[in-house]
Design a protein around this ligand. Structure first.
Ligand code: PLP
Length: 401
């Protein structure tokens, strides 16, 4: 392309490019946008050793993938336009018609929707196992059709920790791929690949991006699984915007610092909640009395900001009133951002929780954000206080009846 002065202005404007003279290098990376890559000669177009089109990702994507590979100790990382797309992408890459997936019963709801919906339509069936199942129980479920064991630990909403190293070891012996949704750990608190898992998937939407303004997911993989993911990635054509990749890079720089704050506040809130009379149990694996504490302490280096709050059963009719009284906590899905959030995670409503935990009473999921923890506790205190009053009325009404 030429911008010779003999050409018309419109052609010269269209053909204008930076002359490549760099200013000083900036501390922040360049957001490298582009679909067309200009070749230096016509023959390069069929040169397999050269990148000839932007869809494979440019320097911003490459930097993000390198950083995530370091985080997860992975050979390769593929990027997807959401956390759910990373989960479905990994499953599509690893399975074929006639295969079976063994999935933990506490998978994130939309993961189950994909397994029971599109993946079933493509000829891949799923059987679910309880999150409390040990490696021996799972070994007994493996058949020649089993291609993938899909884990999520802690389980969505009910926080059961699985014995991931033991499950990964048995899967490896049986020639079965293992995939884990590692969004809880943000790639930081637990390192699945170090424990023999083939693919660690996470919703970067959560803690990595960290500001509730980006959707993105990644799959960090090793060995044969990494090769399968790479091929599928090229075949399907997933791509994320370089601006979003930039936001994820920025998030990674403060991930450790933010996670430390989330964890300290979440533990303080969890401990405070355990002393409140309206509370039946607090689901948080860092609490020494939590049923998952031992496995968590063995494999994880910390908690994130998520806590399950189970109210006394008699408060079931007042869960929504309790949530509506919160003012520092926002009401809404997602987690991992700077803000505190609460949702009604009642097992009867969500239909997503494990059958083995269905005895749980009214359940609320809290995400503890980066606000001052005393303000968060005060907000919960006033909302629980209103519950108490409501329950007195209910109990009086009940005894009068
Ligand atoms: C455990 C878990 N995995 C995956 C996802 C999906 O992430 P995304 O919203 O980016 O699709 C979520 C979202 O809430 C989640 O909670």
């Amino acid at each position: 392309m030429s911008s010779s002065p003999n050409l018309s202005l419109s052609t010269r404007l269209i053909s204008s490019h930076s002359d490549g003279r760099a200013a000083r290098q900036t501390a922040a990376p360049v957001v490298h946008r582009g679909s067309t890559l200009l070749l230096s000669s016509a023959s390069e177009i069929y040169d397999k050793s050269q990148q000839t089109y932007g869809r494979g990702g440019l320097t911003t994507h490459t930097l993000l993938r390198d950083m995530l590979a370091k985080l997860e100790n992975a050979e390769d990382v593929t990027l997807y336009p959401s956390g759910l797309a990373a989960i479905t992408g990994a499953l599509l890459a690893l399975t074929s018609a006639g295969d079976e997936v063994l999935a933990v019963d506490t998978v994130y709801g939309p993961t189950r929707r994909f397994l029971d919906g599109m993946l079933t339509r493509l000829g891949v069936t799923t059987r679910y196992y309880a999150p409390t199942a040990g490696a021996n129980d799972i070994a007994g479920l493996i058949t020649p059709k089993t291609r993938v064991i899909f884990m999520e630990s802690p389980g969505s909403l009910t926080f059961e920790i699985q014995d991931v190293p033991a499950i990964a070891a048995l899967a490896r012996d049986a020639g079965v791929f293992t995939v884990i949704d590692n969004s809880y750990a943000a790639g930081l608190l637990f390192k699945p690949l170090d424990h023999g898992v083939d693919v660690s998937v996470q919703a970067l939407t959560k803690y990595v991006c960290g500001h509730s303004d980006v959707f993105m997911g990644c799959a960090a993989a090793t060995g044969a699984a990494a090769a399968r993911l790479k091929t599928a990635y090229r075949e399907v054509g997933w791509m994320v915007s370089p601006d979003d990749a930039y936001a994820a890079i920025r998030g990674l720089r403060t991930l450790h610092t933010r996670m430390t704050h989330h964890a300290a506040s979440a533990l303080a809130v969890a401990k405070w909640l355990t002393g409140q009379p309206q509370v039946r149990s607090v689901l948080c694996p860092a609490l020494p009395d939590d049923a998952n504490h031992t496995l968590w302490a063995r494999d994880f280096s910390g908690i994130n900001g998520l806590i399950g709050l189970e109210l006394q059963p008699r408060f079931a009719p007042q869960v929504e009133a309790f949530l509506d009284r919160l003012s520092v906590f926002g009401l809404g899905y997602s987690w991992g951002g700077f803000e505190s959030l609460a949702i009604n995670a009642n097992p009867q409503l969500t239909q997503r929780v494990c059958r083995s935990k269905s005895e749980l009473g009214p359940l609320i999921r809290l995400h503890i954000g980066l606000e001052n923890v005393d303000d968060l506790i005060a907000d919960l205190d006033q909302a629980l206080g209103s519950l108490n009053l409501g329950s007195l009325v209910t109990d009086r009404d009940a005894s009068a009846a």
